[in-house]
Design a binder for this molecule. Structure first.
Ligand SMILES: Cc1cc2nc3c(=O)[nH]c(=O)nc-3n(C[C@H](O)[C@H](O)[C@H](O)COP(=O)(O)OP(=O)(O)OC[C@H]3O[C@@H](n4cnc5c(N)ncnc54)[C@H](O)[C@@H]3O)c2cc1C
Length: 450
């Protein structure tokens, strides 16, 4: 809600009375002032004003993080007006864009240039600055988290200086900034390594969890973007292969029809199950049968194949375990749920695989990883019990050397991060150097760094 605009001496305008809510409406804040700058100079003035008044600053992307990572009680900046492509290097297939650009817009612009991103997550209504902020990932063991596609970044530090970093310039800052948590400064521009535009052949087919875990190495080699959905309270799995193809675009209309109906039915049935929780295993089985037990093949433009519709609100948690722990972690979770029928888990548990990298706070730092994403929907906004499921899941992930997704709420604190991230202290000293007064901190980051 926008109430009143306040003008400051130079060119900046701040709004009071703005309320921010994240996409899942699970976290919110009411910043003292909210800004939508239209130039780098305006950002500099906002930081200057914050410094003078001893205020903290947070940049928000699309607010898709299911946590309070983007919240601020002081100044909140949205970069939705800094969302253009700045430069295209056709020969190198590299594109420089402003950090407020949404991937949905970038995907369209790249398509007109005959280019694409080699990998993106499940949604594109997120910003470049935001996906690099939290380590957004998809799947494919030859592919790193999205930030591994970044070639150069430009930040504005708390001092109001612009700072460029890449593999050759300010290398250590680059290793930190590609998963910055909004803690190093305002990300202004990002140069990304793109690839030639491509289509993806999607294949979906049924298996059991045991079969998939037995053949994991084969699946990882067989499909470039292999992942699978496991349906808790059952041993049923849908394997999803996704691979480059030259075949013409083809969608499965009968599957799409079931999918559209299924979504509305699912929300209704989940709402009923909030009163009769024992229905959840039946709902999981029914939707497996309706949507995921048949073989389906489709061909889509790459970004459309990576994305899918997340139509209603949900809680999620997503930890990465070293890839060799995949079997143990999933079997422990399955055994626990099988032995505790009073605890319900919605489908799917989404299992994805990501290549190791050298980004200081990446959950895949120096290790190929398996992400296990759990979900509990909030049908028509209704909360359903999830505390026990969440606690057991986290305990299992921790036992297996897991690292939590930074965007998604978790229970880890500084002392835990010190143990699981060999380069944690290095990141802290870079942060302290770039932001000595803690201008970019908020309560999420205080729990992380103090
Ligand atoms: C429906 C849905 C599907 C999702 N699918 C996936 C998925 O497949 N894989 C996955 O890994 N994640 C997924 N996510 C999580 C999502 O990708 C991350 O939360 C991502 O960070 C959201 O981007 P955003 O632009 O909304 O950033 P926000 O949530 O708005 O911000 C994220 C962080 O970046 C900071 N930030 C943003 N822009 C800047 C900037 N310019 N300068 C400095 N700091 C900045 C913010 O302060 C904050 O710390 C999903 C989330 C939803 C709701």
């Amino acid at each position: 809600m926008l109430n009143e605009k306040i003008e400051f001496p130079e060119i900046i305008q701040g709004t009071i009375g703005y309320k921010f809510q994240n996409w899942a409406t699970t976290y919110s804040c009411e910043p003292e002032l909210y800004f939508e700058p239209t130039s780098v100079e305006e950002i500099r003035q906002i930081l200057e004003l914050a410094k003078q008044r001893n205020k903290r600053v947070k940049v928000v992307g699309c607010g898709h993080s299911p946590s309070d990572i983007a919240c601020s009680d002081h100044y909140l900046i949205q970069l939705n007006k800094l969302n253009r492509i700045l430069q295209v290097d056709r020969e190198r297939k590299q594109v420089t864009a402003e950090a407020g650009m949404m991937l949905s817009d970038l995907n369209e612009e790249l398509a007109t240039l005959g280019l694409a991103l080699s990998n993106i997550g499940a949604v594109s209504d997120v910003t470049l600055g935001g996906v690099i902020g939290t380590g957004t990932h998809n799947t494919g063991i030859q592919h790193g988290i999205l930030a591994t596609q970044v070639v150069t970044m430009t930040l504005m530090t708390a001092a109001g200086d612009t700072l460029e970093c890449s593999d050759t310039v300010n290398r250590e800052i680059f290793q930190a900034a590609r998963l910055h948590l909004g803690s190093l400064g305002v990300v202004l521009n990002v140069t990304i390594q793109c690839v030639s535009a491509f289509k993806i052949h999607l294949q979906q087919f049924p298996k059991t969890l045991t079969e998939v875990l037995n053949d994991l190495d084969t699946h990882l080699q067989q499909s470039e973007y292999f992942r699978f959905f496991w349906f808790p309270h059952t041993d049923k799995v849908t394997v999803l292969y996704a691979d480059h193809t030259d075949k013409p675009v083809k969608t499965s209309s009968s599957w799409l029809w079931n999918y559209a109906i299924g979504y509305y039915l699912l929300e209704f049935l989940l709402w009923i199950s909030a009163f009769f929780p024992r229905l959840v295993p039946w709902i999981n089985r029914f939707f497996y049968w309706l949507l995921y037990s048949a073989k389906v093949e489709q061909v889509k433009r790459s970004d459309k194949a990576f994305n899918f519709d997340c139509l209603f609100k949900q809680h999620v948690s997503d930890w990465a375990v070293p890839i060799k722990q995949t079997r143990t972690a999933l079997e422990q979770l399955k055994d626990w749920l099988d032995n505790n029928p009073n605890v319900q888990a919605h489908f799917p548990v989404e299992v994805r695989f990501v290549r190791a990298d050298d980004i200081l706070l990446s959950p895949c730092y120096k290790q190929d990883s398996c992400y296990v994403n759990i979900i509990m929907y909030r049908p028509y906004g209704k909360e359903v019990p999830r505390e026990t499921y969440w606690a057991i899941y986290e305990e299992i992930m921790k036992k297996n050397g897991g690292r939590p997704h930074w965007a998604k709420a978790h229970s880890y604190l500084r002392q835990d991060f010190e143990k699981i991230y060999p380069a944690f202290h290095k990141f802290c000293s870079i942060r302290e150097e770039l932001d000595p007064s803690g201008m970019f901190l908020n309560s999420y980051l205080e729990k992380t760094f103090f």
